[in-house]
Ligand binder design. Structure first.
Ligand code: GLU
Length: 479
């Protein structure tokens, strides 16, 4: 059996969207699980759709997400060039060969004549008008500089069938396939031609791509057969939907990998989640590293039905990755997001990160969790009234001066000392420790719910600021 070779063949038309990245990932996973090669090929023959800078985005996204290719434009390889616009002469040579083999023909029809072939709805079906031109006439017209295209010669009758590994037996009647253009009048190939030539010349064994190519594949097979080449194995992937009716698509402005990274999703979680969009692992494990994905991936696990992109689930998975991080790792990855918090630069950053870590699923939630530290101002005293905690404003008024004395006397200001001191104080005052902690939290934050308990917050605020806030609250209570 040949070495498995798969490829990702994006067109540089903007950001690498989630669907594209899923195609890349599956090609990568399959080749790696088989000890094969994964190739990146840039399909840039459609100059009208070309977006400047998008090739770089493709390189960056793949590196950043860990979906690394063995061969490609920027890493080289033995089957290059890996950019289609640099392969023009190869396509010309193979198009001529296909004409000789009867699989294609020169067409000189003018745009005006093509116009006359359109039906009322504007659909055009080429009528094979130029199929039987003599060799001499073709040569003469080319020598005269007449513009031409090369069209595929699709049989008028018969059926093209193949077995897709996901969708099973696919059959398309040739009468439903048009004699499409393979080489345009500017000499550039269309996707329909270039994908066949490149996949063959690059030794691609398994073609993994979106479902939109499922029914075009019989026409590609006609070319493989005409050249006498072995057809690759086909694996078409189910669509990714944003809801029951709408496909997820960059044309609708749906988020790209980069957008999610910027929103603070853990990168590994994005890749992990994308792997599950259309593929079900055996067993119930969903959190998998790239290495584990390689080990567990299987073509049999790819389903036919559309996959729904569920951002909430991806967020949950991101949270699982956050939980599994060490504090050092969390700091390194979350730091850029910590900087966006109002609390950044004001308090010990390790302590800030410690209260955020257990409470966020994506890094952009960090600011939300710790900004409260910097948002202390006049608050509603009814917050002290809490029956469940047996707390009241009256009680706060009585105990806060004692809290102040206790904390003032504390030598070593840290969370556990603060906690012991307040527990001891509550025992001396014969009140519930929950009541005292509740009162302290309100007094130093002005909020009933915060990330981190009273003593964690006091620890971060430091002695001076904690005591200042207690004074402020006592003033409020005594007004
Ligand atoms: N350039 C095509 C696309 O971006 C690739 C299709 C394929 O993988 O063959 O959709």
């Amino acid at each position: 059996m040949d070495k498995v070779r798969t490829r990702f063949a994006p067109s540089p038309t903007g950001y690498l969207h989630i669907g594209g990245l899923r195609t890349a990932l599956y090609g990568f996973l399959y080749s790696k699980m088989k000890g094969g090669d994964f190739i990146l090929r840039i399909e840039d023959t459609d100059t009208a759709r070309y977006v400047d800078g998008s090739v770089q985005i493709i390189y960056d996204t793949m590196r950043d997400s860990g979906i690394m290719y063995d061969e490609g434009p920027d890493v080289g390889g033995n089957y290059g060039p890996y950019v289609q616009s640099e392969r023009k002469s190869i396509y010309t040579e193979y198009a001529k060969k296909l004409v000789e083999l009867g699989g294609a023909y020169y067409c000189f029809c003018t745009p005006e004549r093509i116009e006359t072939l359109k039906d009322d709805a504007g659909n055009m079906r080429y009528d094979k008008h130029c199929l039987n031109l003599s060799k001499e006439e073709i040569e003469r017209r080319i020598a005269n500089g007449e513009p031409y295209v090369i069209r595929q010669n699709v049989p008028a009758e018969g059926t093209g069938s193949y077995n897709d590994l996901v969708y099973g037996e696919i059959s398309v009647d040739y009468k439903d396939i048009e004699d499409g253009i393979l080489i345009k009048s500017d000499g550039m190939p269309t996707y329909n031609f270039a994908n066949v030539i490149d996949d063959h010349l690059m030794g691609i064994t398994h073609v993994i791509r979106g479902i939109e190519y499922l029914s075009s594949t019989p026409k590609y097979n006609l070319m493989y057969d005409a050249y006498g080449w072995e057809r690759p194995v086909y694996i078409h992937l189910p669509p990714i939907m944003k809801d029951a009716q709408h496909k997820l698509s960059k044309r609708n402005g749906d988020a790209s990998y980069e957008d999610f990274v910027n929103k603070g999703y853990v990168k590994e979680a994005i890749v992990n989640y994308i792997a599950l969009l259309g593929w079900s692992p055996k067993g119930n494990v969903e959190k998998m590293s790239l290495q584990e994905l390689i080990e567990n991936f299987s073509l049999e696990g790819i389903g036919k039905s559309p996959a729904i992109f569920d951002e909430t689930k991806m967020k949950w998975l991101s949270g699982e990755y956050v939980k599994a991080m060490t504090s050092e790792e969390f700091k390194a990855r979350a730091y850029e997001f910590l900087k966006k918090s109002k609390a950044y630069g004001k308090y010990d950053e390790d302590k800030l990160l410690a209260i955020a870590k257990g409470r966020v699923q994506i890094f952009s939630e960090i600011a939300d969790k710790i900004d409260f530290l910097e948002e202390f101002s006049e608050y509603d005293l009814s917050l002290f009234e809490n029956q469940k905690q047996k707390s009241s404003a009256q009680l706060a008024k009585e105990v806060l001066p004692k809290v102040k004395d206790t904390l003032n006397a504390l030598n070593d200001w840290n969370n556990s000392n603060l906690f012991s001191a307040l527990v001891e104080l509550s025992a001396n005052l014969e009140i519930k420790k929950q009541a005292l902690l509740w009162i302290v939290r309100i007094a130093i934050t002005g909020k009933e719910s915060t990330a981190g308990g009273a003593t964690e917050v006091a620890d971060i605020l430091g002695k001076d600021e904690t005591l200042r806030r207690i004074d402020f609250s006592l003033d409020l209570l005594n007004k």
